[in-house]
Ligand binder design. Structure first.
Ligand code: FAD
Ligand code: FES
Ligand code: MG
Length: 280
């Protein structure tokens, strides 16, 4: 169970794995995620189901190595098995079946956007996409996004590909020139999603975001993933992860995402130290 069947290095910091998980694959729908553990004493981390194949019984996960657990996962190869994995968790995304939708993915956020774009494309929705990253070598799933979109715009922070700047600048350009969208879906780092939402707010276009707070159990029991949406408390793992971005309390979400920065840094330092890379 949970054996890694295939692995692709997408960028120097992003990896894609195809994992054997027939029960999850059977029920997975776009927008849902899994929670997994790599080791017995390790923490649980949520990752979006980026794709699934019900016949083969596999799910695809795409992750960026940002800290201890994602680095541990990055070291696992084909044939290795993930210790445990639970899912599909969260509410499936409520996707429109017609109209024109702008899909925006920043960094590893392109992975969670892809299954939604693919599902909408298959239903006949006109999908326009914007994908972005810090630099050209960090862009992911461009080919896959092109296959399900009528147009794909690229943005890089350093200008090495496409628009020199943020995905939110490209949204602004499209809206300013009068492009019409029934909905916008924006997924990526929290500051990117907040910037996208501020750009679309004056235009009144419904903008869905996929929130990514710290999660522990993923079943609505621990409260770690608490968010305020429209003044009401929501648990991202059971009420989300998709929410109306114009209703999210972003200041609180940003503050809560940073609660464990010190501990996360210590965990990476310990990992480096155990491998002989102690800082003096
Ligand atoms: P750490 O150094 O421990 O943490 C780095 C940062 O990751 C933290 O500052 C915090 O913002 C976040 N983080 C840490 N622990 C958790 C946790 N238990 N739960 C959530 N966030 C945490 N990342 C991907 O690369 N690909 C995905 O498809 C993806 N999907 C996600 C779906 C959901 C619903 C959520 C909530 C998060 C998702 N993430 C995804 C983020 C991913 O869970 C974190 O990057 C990962 O937990 C970091 O763990 P770490 O130990 O490597 O890094
Ligand atoms: Fe515990 Fe959502 S992760 S309530
Ligand atoms: Mg961690």
């Amino acid at each position: 169970m949970f054996t890694i069947e295939a692995k692709r290095v997408l960028t120097p910091v992003t990896k894609l794995i195809v994992v054997q998980a027939p029960m999850v694959a059977r029920k997975a729908r776009p927008g849902q995620f899994v929670i997994l553990r790599c080791t017995e004493s390790g923490e649980r981390i949520p990752l979006t189901i980026a794709d699934y194949d019900r016949e083969k019984g596999t799910i695809t996960l795409v992750y960026q190595e940002v800290g201890k657990t994602t680095r541990l996962l990055g070291r696992m190869g084909v044939g290795d098995a993930i210790l445990d994995l639970v899912g599909p968790l969260g509410m499936p995304a409520e996707l429109p079946r017609e109209g024109r939708v702008l899909c925006v993915g920043g960094g590893v956020g392109v992975a969670p956007v892809y299954p939604k774009a693919k599902a909408m494309h298959e239903m006949g929705v006109d999908v326009v996409s914007i994908i972005g990253a810090r630099s050209a070598d960090l862009l992911i799933l461009e080919e896959e996004m092109r296959a399900v979109s009528t147009a794909v715009y690229v943005a890089t922070d350093d200008g090495s590909r496409g628009h020199h700047g943020f995905v939110s600048d490209v949204i602004k350009q499209l809206l300013e020139r009068g492009e019409q969208f029934d909905e916008i879906i924006a997924v990526g780092p929290i500051l990117m999603m907040r910037a996208c939402v501020e750009v679309t707010r004056p235009y009144g276009v419904k903008t869905w975001v996929s929130m990514n707070p710290i999660m522990v159990d993923g079943t609505g029991m621990c409260g770690a993933c608490r968010l305020s949406v429209d003044g009401k408390t929501k648990f991202c793992c059971v009420d989300g992860p998709m929410f109306d971005g114009h209703a999210v309390d972003w200041a609180e979400a940003v503050r809560r995402s940073r609660i464990y920065l010190e501990e996360e840094k210590i965990a990476v330092d310990h990992m480096n130290c155990a491998e002989g890379g102690c800082r003096p």
